[in-house]
Design a protein around this ligand. Structure first.
Ligand code: P6P
Length: 332
């Protein structure tokens, strides 16, 4: 009789509850609903071209970016589910200028920060996109939630992860006890453990950066990119340039194979483009749990003090030796 060795995400989380008591109750309810949101968004993403939900929504978000219909739909899916579970006090979303307060969340313990659909410029051209989440515990249950509860440093996250809608749909997360990846089995609509205890190589041969902005980059980044392109057989150079315009897709490939993703400051984005609360912090938590590093050129990402909800920061993230090399060149 074939042993059923499937471990579903729900089972994995409930097993974790025994080992790691803080992953209890409300947090697993939030995970349950993030999973459900992922399945709903996955369904919409994969049939978007058939039900006329590709293309622009017709408004711009707080980032000044053209909202895609699927950006808005994904945001509404997350908000709807978080409003009902009584486990989430509020949600910070890339798509909303202001905090979304969950009606039943007054006494809830957790705060969610999300990029509901990252890489949305890729939606209409069928390239991989994803949802990113970051979870904090409110600082005190005895007083109302304030900005202080929401603007916590990245190292105070209790959980973080992403869902990548790629050739397969995967759910990758950490609660501070390593990184595990689950692949959606469409036939049973369950995320099943496929990538246990992910560790990222200390160095790789892939660099991910938008070289269209090269002339704007700090000299240290320009020097690093030139170094990546030099021939050196022993060091496996020239490295491969891989950049698809979707942080999650570039990050996920580099996490598994080794590599580095760089979004440096540019004239157009002097503080970088990526947002600290719901892009850089969750990815930094994940990469450090997998043995990698995340930096902004001056500080470790997880040590940055957030000052506003949609704050941006430069991002250098991936294999530890590669991040160290770029940071050293930027500070030479
Ligand atoms: P650029 C998508 O908008 C995103 O936030 C990341 O997913 C992606 O890596 C980056 O921006 C792409 O930005 O300026 O290179 O098009």
């Amino acid at each position: 009789m074939k042993k059923n060795n499937i471990v579903t995400l729900n089972q994995f989380i409930s097993d974790q509850q025994n080992e790691f008591p803080f992953v209890q109750g409300n947090l697993s309810r939030i995970f349950r609903d993030i999973q459900l949101a992922a399945k709903m968004i996955n369904r919409d993403v994969r049939q978007a071209g058939l039900i006329d939900i590709l293309g622009n929504f017709g408004e711009t978000n707080v980032q000044g970016e053209e909202q895609k219909k699927l950006d808005v739909i994904s945001n509404e899916v997350f908000m709807g589910l978080m409003d009902m579970n009584g486990a989430c006090v509020c949600v910070v979303s890339e798509e909303d200028e202001h905090i979304h307060w969950c009606p039943d969340g007054k006494d809830a313990k957790y705060i969610l920060a999300i990029d509901p659909l990252d890489g949305s410029s890729n939606i209409d051209v069928n390239a991989s996109i994803g949802s990113i989440f970051s979870i904090y515990k409110r600082l005190s249950l005895d007083k109302p939630v304030t900005e202080e509860d929401i603007l916590q440093k990245g190292h105070q996250q209790v959980a973080a992860g992403y869902v990548i809608y790629g050739t397969a749909t995967m759910f990758v997360y950490t609660t501070g006890n390593g990184v595990n990846g689950f692949t959606l089995d469409d036939s049973i609509q369950e995320f099943c453990l496929s990538h246990p205890n992910i560790k990222t190589p200390s160095k790789g041969a892939i660099f991910s950066v938008n070289e269209g902005n090269l002339n704007d980059f700090p000299q240290g980044v320009i020097d690093y990119i030139s170094w990546c392109k030099e021939s050196n057989k022993e060091e496996n150079r020239p490295y491969s340039a891989r950049y698809i315009g979707s942080l999650i897709a570039d990050f996920h490939r580099n996490l598994l194979k080794g590599g580095i993703y760089i979004y440096p400051p540019t004239k157009k984005a002097p503080n970088g483009k990526l947002r600290l609360l719901y892009e850089c912090n969750p990815m930094a938590f994940l990469v450090e749990q997998a043995g990698g590093k995340a930096h902004n050129g001056t500080d470790r990402i997880l040590d940055l003090e957030p000052k506003e909800f949609h704050q941006r920061t430069p991002l250098i993230i991936g294999s530890s030796e590669m991040v160290d090399q770029v940071v050293a060149l930027m500070n030479k």
